[in-house]
Design a protein around this ligand. Structure first.
Ligand code: UDP
Length: 489
């Protein structure tokens, strides 16, 4: 093999949250499946959840539990239930900078792919003259919206139209100042990288947004998703993130007993904790709609007796007796990909976290959208207004971050109405379902040989090889995983 053709050596540094780690691990698998040498850099407890495939290696560094005051083994946003602890996880990620930097400096790769929540990777990559790609888990449509919103006053509030945008999109409220102050500097640092990796396929974001982004920022974006489609077997689909509290078999046999498209899947991602009164509204709305549903409710309490007491606050009296076989409540982590891909599931009531959204699209399942924070309000517009594969529940309150108690409730009448619009089999619902199925088909084609994301990955690999082989690249290494590769050149 000629030097210029030898496999790329890539380091992936995912952020310590399920919504960042799961997709970046899957994108790493896309590279590894093309024969490239992939290392994922993380901490020991997170490494256990990465479902190591034979074709990538894990490099771990101890999580600084004592320094940040977290119990042993709590190393991910998914494992914490309040704002204070989430800040501690974030503080820990900052302390990981030094050991990761020394590791990378000692054994530099051909490219670093890091979450945008690690802006320091920019200086490291510059120092070593290594290409750096960034990932933040948002679709390009929403990154474009955030770039446009940068031009608005940080103090603006109330409804607004996204300025200088390919489509006329009106938002019912403005992103909170805290959220913009946090995100915008990170996006600006991301623009200095060699490109964004996007967990989406270009057909869903739209070519016009790719062109708009590249024209207005001069920055490159590579659509490589949906990342979830890197997982081919049922087991790979079931084992993502923490261990599920229900088995794949239990979910599948429950769903097998239901009619096609008859069940609503209700889940708000890995760290969205609604107040009890909001959960109560959801329970009442779903019961009134008459449709069966799987409801994932994150567990806030640890002791069994506290869990029972807590349940009385958000579940109407007699709910379980009345609804029996119609409802499956999952208190904790659910095997989402298994559920979404079952034919009985006819809709997904989602917080529009991008992973959940693109997983629903890939499964051909229409959505009932209920955004809570960050990119989710823009993601909703892409799904409902632009692509017509979902309906809005009417969520307007834009939280500064996760773990914030929301003040405004979404009432049961709005929830029930939105559920019926997707599930009732009338003309509108059939049209939405048809488009959702078509996008599901396009998503699957995108990652197959010759598909748009597949071709983008080929182009990106060629680009990285050209950079490596050019004079600009100094970090050339002939060693991987303790193996000298020079013999194979
Ligand atoms: N997820 C899951 N089971 C759960 C909750 C979440 O498998 O019970 C996965 C989900 O499939 C997605 C990720 O966790 O891949 C959540 O990411 P998303 O962007 O949807 O939301 P976030 O949790 O980041 O708000």
């Amino acid at each position: 093999m000629e030097v210029k053709d030898r496999p790329l050596k890539l380091y992936f540094i995912p952020y310590l949250a399920a919504g960042h780690m799961i997709p970046l691990r899957d994108i790493a698998q896309f590279f590894a499946s093309r024969g490239h040498l992939v290392t994922i850099i993380t901490t020991p407890s997170n490494a256990q959840h990465l479902n190591q495939s034979h074709n990538f290696r894990l490099q771990t560094f101890p999580f600084p539990s004592q320094e940040v005051g977290l119990p042993d083994g709590v190393e991910n946003m998914t494992a914490v239930t309040d704002l204070d602890k989430s800040y501690r996880i974030n503080a820990a990620t900052m302390l990981l900078r030094q050991p990761i930097e020394s590791f990378v400096e000692q054994d530099p790769p051909d490219c670093i792919v890091a979450d945008f929540l690690y802006p320091w990777v920019h200086d490291l990559a510059n120092k070593l003259r290594i290409p750096r790609l960034v990932f933040n888990g948002f679709p390009l449509f929403s990154i474009c919206a955030m770039e446009s919103v940068k031009t608005l006053s940080i103090h603006s509030s109330g409804p607004f139209a996204i300025p200088d945008f390919p489509h006329h999109i009106t938002m019912k409220s403005s992103p909170p100042k805290e959220s913009r102050e946090f995100l915008e500097p990170l996006l600006t640092t991301a623009l200095k990288s060699d490109g964004f990796i996007i967990n989406n396929f270009v057909e869903l974001d739209g070519e016009e947004y790719l062109r708009h982004y590249e024209r207005t920022t001069g920055h490159k974006a590579w659509h490589l998703g949906p990342a979830c489609l890197a997982r081919r077997t049922a087991l790979e689909k079931a084992e993502r993130g923490p261990k599920s509290v229900v088995s794949m078999q239990e979910c599948v046999s429950w769903l097998d007993s239901k009619r096609v498209n008859s069940i609503v899947y209700v889940s708000f991602g890995s760290f969205c904790y609604f107040p009890d009164k909001q959960l109560y509204e959801i329970a009442c709305a779903m019961e009134a709609s008459g449709y069966g549903f799987i409801w994932v409710v994150p567990e806030k309490k640890e002791k069994e007796e506290e869990k029972e007491e807590e349940k009385e606050k958000w579940l109407p009296k007699g709910f379980e007796e009345r609804n029996g076989e119609k409802v499956m409540i999952i208190r904790g982590w659910a095997p989402q990909m298994i559920i979404l891909n079952h034919p009985a599931v006819g809709a997904f009531l989602t917080h529009c976290g991008w992973n959940s959204t693109v997983e629903s699209v890939a499964a051909g399942v229409p959505m009932i959208t209920w955004p809570v924070h960050t990119d989710q309000f823009y993601n909703e517009k892409l799904i409902t207004q632009l692509r017509g594969i979902g309906v809005e529940v009417g969520s307007e309150e834009w939280n500064p971050y996760c773990f914030f108690e929301r003040e405004k409730l979404v009432g049961r009448a709005c929830i029930e109405k939105a559920v019926r619009r997707i599930m009732d089999g009338a003309y509108e619902s059939l049209q939405i379902r048809r488009r959702a199925k078509e996008f599901g088909e396009t998503a699957r084609q995108a990652v197959e040989e010759g598909g748009s994301s597949y071709n983008n990955l080929t182009a990106l690999i060629d680009y990285l090889k050209r950079l490596r082989n050019s004079d600009a690249f100094f970090g050339l290494s002939t060693e991987f995983n303790g193996v000298d590769l020079s013999g194979s050149l």
